[in-house]
Design a protein around this ligand. Sequence first.
Ligand code: ADP
Ligand code: MG
Length: 558
Amino acid sequence: MAVIGIDLGTTNSLAVCYRNGRAEIIKNSLGEISTPSVVSVDENGEILVGKIAKERLISHPEASACEFKRDMGLRRKITLGGKDFSPEELSALVLKKIKEDAEKYLGEPVDEAVISVPAYFDDNCRSAAKLAAKLAGLNVQRLVNEPSAAALAYQAEHGFCDGTYMIVDFGGGTLDVSIVDSFDSVMEILAVAGNNHLGGKDFNEAVADYFCRENGIDRESLSPDEKAIVYKLAENCKVALSDTPAAMMVANIGGKQYSLTLDNNKLIEISAPVFERMAQPIRKALKDSKCSIDDIDDIILVGGSCKMPTVRAFIAEITGRKPCTDIDPDTAIAVGAGIFAGIKDRNDSLKDIILTDICPFSLGVKILDERSGNEVMSFIIERNTVLPSSREELYSAVADGQRKVTLQIYQGESRIPSKNLFLGELDITFPPAKRNELVCAVRMTYDINGILVVDVTTAADKKQYNKVILGGSGTMSDAEVKSCIKNMEKLKISPAEKEENRLLIARAERIYEESLAEEREAVGMLLSAFQAALKSQNSRDIRTAYERLSELLDSLDN
Ligand code: ADP
Ligand code: MG
């Protein structure tokens, strides 16, 4: 029984298996590597998936659907040929086709998969992806973030050594920019930024518009069929420009033939707004990761739109760096997912790579804002925190004589709790407290499988409360959940209490006493910085500060 990795894309989906020590791309029933994520229902009610369905988008738009990945986790209804589908059901049909094609290719049953999802997918979307897999008869071993998968594919090609990468994933309708850091076989996503409504189709629109303008055609006056044809030809023309300096677009409309010749310079001119909107997420990801472009070892381009030479040149221009060229933008994410599947399958050559992820959303509790009297969020684990993570916050009484509180747990970015996703609650009681008196410590521990453990300890009588929220991990067995929770116990030791950290502080204090003048000052400064990092509970900051301080101590000790 094989485990495969699947890139379930908004526009195209791909599958990869891991065998004979390497990732192997699985060809579909047409012998092609990518399957359009499109579903269509024909006159007899038969369901068609992939390339045929994509053709029917033009001829039978009312019976065909695409881009439903965007709606995963939202309660949407999509009607095709008189039948209603949810986005999960449509994704399941794509996954089922991928599974069946993989079984034919591999000659054995496939019932497990690692599936990649965008890093910004929240718990709802992740659960929806798992549901889709389940409906397709696939057990999800793990969901992986698309940029982690791409970075892993890069590392498989370049050797698993330390490095920091920018991953630009520019697909059919989305742009995602991520900064991924690989250190000591541990891979972390440091930041993600993006634009959910920017992609290859914006270039198609620009070319279609230009074609109509140049030929004096009022695009709005075209029939839906004609519009779809112009759009498809515009896309073909754009794709052709990735390999040739100039391309021609010819369309028959109302019995008349219209044509247009386009080159890359013109393409840049007519799609200037698209390029402008690309720059912002690239800058934001760098800024959020606290990296400068000099910290980036390589820029990895993935997604079909990164095959455009104009896009590559633009990224090179705004970053001042030449992106890496030996990773196939079409297959990188699927290859990475396939390698994950290999790791999960206990494949020997990959056993040593540990993968972490970042939390794609913030987790916190509802509190009373005393100044305004409004209920607001207090975030404990913030978005972009490296996972697994465990953090603690302290809370005080809001009124004299208070003896209980219902701790409500939310996920999301809004300051207003009701706008976020409610995850669960805990009733806490304690001896009557004075206003502003510390009443409890709330610790949240969150792992890559989406398991959230909330531990509350009351300040006065040290009572313990505990709640486990299974989030996106709905498909794990009880035994797997138990083993994850057991592993998470280790994380609950706050960084300041960790033995190695305490040892470093003790050593720094000794050397501080032994040394004088500038040396003493330097130790004092780095020690303060290390203690501040411990207080922040941010593992990356702790690691950096730890390394700086221990390097200095090593040099002074010698
Ligand atoms: P998604 O991640 O959204 O599923 P893909 O990464 O498969 O999408 O990218 C699809 C987009 O890439 C489409 O807009 C398509 O037109 C574009 N594309 C694919 N190949 C090329 C090419 N050779 N040149 C330019 N654009 C391309
Ligand atoms: Mg993609």
